[in-house]
Design a protein around this ligand. Structure first.
Ligand code: NAP
Ligand code: G4F
Length: 334
């Protein structure tokens, strides 16, 4: 029997995203066979997986991509029957909170109903795999208490948050009702050089590097006073894996427990390229949201105690790494 046929098998939805790509790296490093679900797009540029495509010992040997969509259950049902994964990491979703006010129906269809469809498929399998669902601190919306734990009541204030609340609750219902090993990771913001360009960390780090290189003059932002609990994406995918290795399924908050403002973030990013941020940043009301989550800071005590999970990087280290990565990429192509 080959090594691959005895290796654990994982399926990742959203493998082309920030978290999916880091999770693929982590699982391949642990000897898993990894299957990724991708949607059909006109571009085959899946740059976050480029290093894995380029490795002939990985792509087509231990990493496989499949076209399937969460609004078209048959291909996914067939795929699940064929590969019989041990673990599923469900990360696919329209992940931009601000955009969810513009495209509310498709955000909810994929995030809420897509998760329910996946649960229904898993429930029907003869040997249901373990499931990790990427839930979000947006569940809490504008919570009355801080920091938030797994027991804090949910008050979502965005279509995205409401869709995640539905999906999160469904995961719990299927765990309790059908005995599935299904878990929610209540993930606070996590960032990296692979973050999408329209999230505020990457947008600011990229602009700081671009301004330093003389390629850009100004940076337009929304609410500078917004506060978030920002951690490091590779730590959060480690948390996902640890969650599924527990004998008993449960939900976990993953967070740093520290708050920083968008203003602090701009100061740190510009400082990483020896600039003062204030002359370059302008506020543009177009980037304000119809409703804004507030007071979102997580208490990861359960994850620390039961999983031994702790964040590996400080806020300053993450922002410096992201800004330096942008600087190197822009300087190379300039
Ligand atoms: P991301 O970089 O935006 O990746 C999202 C993934 O979902 C991509 O693979 C994307 O595929 C896929 N996707 C988007 N729309 C889709 C659709 N209509 N049909 C099928 N696939 C679709 O997000 P991320 O930061 O890695 O986050 C992963 C998950 O964790 C998401 O569910 C997000 O909501 C959740 N989460 C993230 C954070 C965070 O701070 N990063 C915090 C809490 C929760 P394409 O490449 O084809 O677009
Ligand atoms: O980077 P953001 O867009 O992240 P947001 O909305 O917190 O959502 C991220 O984290 C969630 C975890 O709670 C995930 F569930 C979700 O999938 C996503 O990964 O915005 C962060 C803050 C917000 O308060 C926003 O109003 O930055 C503020 N902001 C200020 N100016 C801006 C901008 N956000 C963006 N994207 N662009 C701006 O120009």
């Amino acid at each position: 029997m080959s090594a691959a046929s005895t290796a654990p098998t994982a399926l990742i939805t959203g493998i082309t995203g920030q978290d999916g790509s880091y999770l693929a790296d982590l699982l391949l490093g642990k000897g898993y066979v990894v299957h990724g679900v991708v949607r059909r797009t006109s571009s085959l540029d899946r740059s976050r997986l480029g290093h894995l495509y380029a490795d002939p010992a990985i792509y087509g040997q231990r990493l496989f991509l499949h076209y399937a969509d969460l609004d078209d259950p048959t291909p996914l049902r067939r795929l699940l029957a064929k590969i019989a994964p041990d673990e599923i990491y469900h990360l696919a979703g329209q992940s931009h909170v601000g955009l969810s006010f513009e495209i509310a129906e498709s955000t909810c269809d994929l995030t809420a109903m897509g998760t329910l469809r996946l649960l229904e498929m898993i429930r029907d399998l003869p040997k249901p795999p373990r499931l990790f669902h990427a839930s979000s601190s947006e569940l809490f919306g504008q919570p009355a208490v801080a920091p938030q734990t797994e027991a804090t009541p949910w008050v979502p204030v965005s279509p995205y948050g409401a869709a995640k609340a539905f999906a999160t609750r469904m995961v719990t219902i299927y765990r309790q009702t059908y005995g599935l090993h299904a878990c929610n990771g209540i993930l606070f913001n996590h960032e990296s050089p692979r973050r999408g360009e329209n999230f505020v960390t990457r947008k600011i780090c990229r602009a700081a590097a671009s301004i330093k290189l003389g390629l850009q003059k100004k940076l337009s932002l929304g609410n500078l006073d917004a506060l978030r609990d920002w951690g490091y994406a590779p730590d959060y995918v480690r948390g996902m894996w640890l969650t599924l290795q527990q004998a008993e399924a449960d939900d976990y908050v993953f967070a740093t427990g520290e708050l920083h403002s968008v203003r602090d973030l701009a100061a740190q990013a510009f400082a990483a390229v020896d600039l003062d941020w204030e002359p370059y940043v302008e506020v543009n009301p177009a980037f304000f949201r119809p409703a804004e989550a507030a007071n979102l800071v997580g208490d990861p005590s359960r994850a620390r105690q039961r999983l031994g999970w702790t964040p590996s990087r400080t806020f300053g280290e993450i922002i410096a790494e992201m800004t330096q990565s942008e600087y190197a990429a822009l300087a190379k192509s300039a």
